[in-house]
Structures are given as structure tokens and as C-alpha cells.
Design a protein around this ligand. Structure first.
Ligand SMILES: NC(=O)c1ccc[n+]([C@@H]2O[C@H](COP(=O)([O-])OP(=O)(O)OC[C@H]3O[C@@H](n4cnc5c(N)ncnc54)[C@H](O)[C@@H]3O)[C@@H](O)[C@H]2O)c1
Length: 293
């Protein structure tokens, strides 16, 4: 970082990885976004929380972290958000398009509701597009920046249920890669994080319409446990760590990527071979297939 032409300075390093930087985190009032806000601020950044939900962040505004009420599905509000960040802190280095909704989860696509489709597309895809454009327009004129778009492993893997959400998150990934290609000449990097199975309110919000919503959410967590290689549920802090990497100079030569942070869930089919095929973990079968004695 020192003396390589990147934005980092010796003072910056001493003061934190994002010292002197300004970041906007949409959906920063709760869940993954809130963990990013705390991590970025802990590394010295000034941060704007952009969210619909003001109640949860009343205590957060302290001069280093400020709140702006924004609906990311409204392009005018997102344009004003970028202007607000610059008026408040003088610059914009990092923009995280994190705000998102899952929409109600039904057993089949046949039970889904058209009105939900529209809102999911508006918040989760259109919101990312306008956030990227408004942030990139300013960054392109001021030496560059980092845009981090929060997709999902649902955008990487097909599956039953939440088909519109899956399609939209796949759209976020393809949009982000294309934006990275388009904006590279302006030193604007665009990357995606694809979280999976992180404990936040989003899962219960997708099952809230169900008469037994809480236990449905717990059952879904059990399903994810079965297909997750790493033996623990993810935490919002795990995503914040990935966001910090993509926001700062450690990823300065990284753009157009998708980083799954999902305990390995999207790596592949989790099935194990039948027990008869092997002697169990850790036993060396030897070069000729005979078990060592
Ligand atoms: N939690 C997971 O396991 C998981 C997995 C894959 C993807 N994601 C994605 O991560 C992102 C964050 O999800 P989360 O789990 O933290 O959810 P969450 O529900 O805990 O938090 C979402 C935040 O976004 C805000 N928000 C919602 N709609 C908004 C809008 N129109 N404008 C502004 N703010 C709005 C909410 O008020 C809330 O503060 C979403 O894009 C989600 O799709 C989460």
C-alpha cells in the first residue's frame, strides 16, 4: 500500500484501513449492512447509512456515521444520497449497494404474487443499478472508487422457491461484471459479494406471511446446515470482512468478481460417497489399494 500510487498513506494505515475514506452503505440500519457500517467506521471511514428504517439507527449518528432516509428503489432519492454524502463529508470512495428484500417465500412459484415480483425487482436490481450509476458518475470524475454490490448465492445457483429473487440476484451479478468492464478505465472497481445463510432478519421476513413463520425459518436453517461444508452458521461480521476487503486497497487490482461468503454452500453437491467405498477419514489405503497394517 505504501508508495505504490494507491490512495493509501502512512497516516491512513496508522489510522485504519479506510482512514480518510467516505463510504455509503445502503440497507445499513440492520443485518449485513449494519455490520459493514461498524467495520468500516472501525477502520476510520466516515459512513453514511442509507436506509428506510430510521428507528434502528437513532443512536448511530455521531459525526463519523450519519443516517439518511432513502428508498433505493427511487432513483431521485439515490441521486440525492450521493450529493448528501459529498456535502456531508466532501468525497465518496466506497458505495455498497446492500439494501435488499427477499419477498415472501412460498412452496411453489405458482403461489407467488405479481406485486411482490415488482417490488423485489425495484429494490434488489433497479436499486443496485441506480446506486452504481449515481456513485460511479461522481467517482469517475474524481479519481475512482470501489462499488460493492451484495448479490446472493441464490443468484449463482438455481433452485425451487424464490425464483424471482434468484433471477434478480443473477442480474445483479451480470450487471456488476458488465459495469466493472465499462468503468475500469475510470478507476472505478465493481465487485459482488454472494452471501449465503447468514443469520439476519431477512429469512424471518420471507416466512413472516406463513402462519408458523418462525418455525419455518428455523426449518430452513436446518436445511442449510445439512448442505453447508463449514460447521457453523455465518454471521454478519463474516460478510463485513469481505466488504472491507473489496472496499479498500487490498483489492485494488480486483474488479468484476463475485466472492461467495457462504460457508462453502455454493461449492457443489454436498453428498458423500457410500460408506462401503472407503475405510473412513484419515486412513491411508496405500498405493496398491491395500490398507496399511
Ligand atoms: N442474510 C443472508 O443470508 C443473505 C443471503 C444472501 C443475500 N443477502 C443479501 O444481503 C443484503 C442484506 O440483507 P440482510 O440479510 O442484512 O437483510 P436485513 O433484512 O437484515 O437488512 C436489510 C436492510 O435493508 C433495508 N432496506 C430494505 N429495503 C430498502 C429500500 N428499498 N431502501 C433502503 N433500505 C432498504 C432494511 O430496512 C434493512 O435495514 C440483501 O441484499 C440480501 O438480499 C443476504
Amino acid at each position: 500500500m505504501i508508495g505504490d500510487g494507491s490512495k493509501g498513506t502512512v497516516l491512513g494505515i496508522m489510522g485504519g484501513e479506510l482512514s480518510g475514506r467516505v463510504a455509503v452503505v445502503t440497507g445499513g440500519a440492520a443485518g449485513l449492512g449494519r455490520a459493514m457500517v461498524d467495520r468500516f467506521a472501525g477502520e476510520g471511514a466516515k459512513v453514511v447509512i442509507a436506509d428506510l428504517d430510521q428507528e434502528r439507527v437513532a443512536a448511530a449518528s455521531d459525526g463519523q456515521v450519519v443516517f439518511r432516509r432513502v428508498d433505493v428503489a427511487d432513483s431521485g432519492q439515490v441521486r440525492d444520497l450521493v450529493e448528501f454524502a459529498i456535502a456531508e463529508f466532501g468525497r465518496l470512495d466506497v458505495f455498497v449497494n446492500n439494501a435488499g428484500i427477499g419477498g415472501p417465500m412460498h412452496a411453489s412459484f405458482l403461489d407467488d404474487d405479481l406485486a411482490d415480483f415488482q417490488r423485489i425487482v425495484q429494490v434488489d436490481l433497479y436499486g443496485v443499478m441506480v446506486g452504481t450509476q449515481h456513485a460511479a458518475r461522481w467517482m469517475a470524475r474524481h479519481g475512482g472508487g470501489s462499488i460493492v454490490n451484495v448479490a446472493s448465492i441464490a443468484g449463482v445457483q438455481a433452485g425451487c422457491s424464490q425464483m424471482v429473487y434468484r433471477a434478480v440476484k443473477a442480474g445483479v451479478i451480470q450487471f456488476s461484471k458488465s459495469a466493472a468492464i465499462d468503468l475500469g478505465a475510470h478507476q472505478v472497481r465493481v465487485n459482488c459479494i454472494a452471501p449465503g445463510g447468514i443469520r439476519t432478519d431477512i429469512l424471518s421476513s420471507t416466512t413472516a406471511h406463513h402462519r408458523d413463520g418462525d418455525s419455518m425459518a428455523e426449518k430452513l436453517r436446518e436445511v442449510m446446515k445439512e448442505i453447508r461444508p463449514l460447521d457453523r452458521e455465518g454471521a454478519a461480521a463474516d460478510i463485513a470482512e469481505a466488504a472491507l476487503y473489496l472496499a479498500g486497497d487490498r483489492s485494488r487490482y480486483v474488479t468484476g468478481t463475485v466472492l461467495p461468503v457462504d460457508g462453502g454452500m455454493s461449492a457443489g453437491y454436498p453428498g458423500k460417497p457410500p460408506a462401503e467405498l472407503g475405510q473412513g477419514a484419515g486412513q491411508d489405503s496405500g498405493a496398491d489399494g491395500a490398507v496399511d497394517k
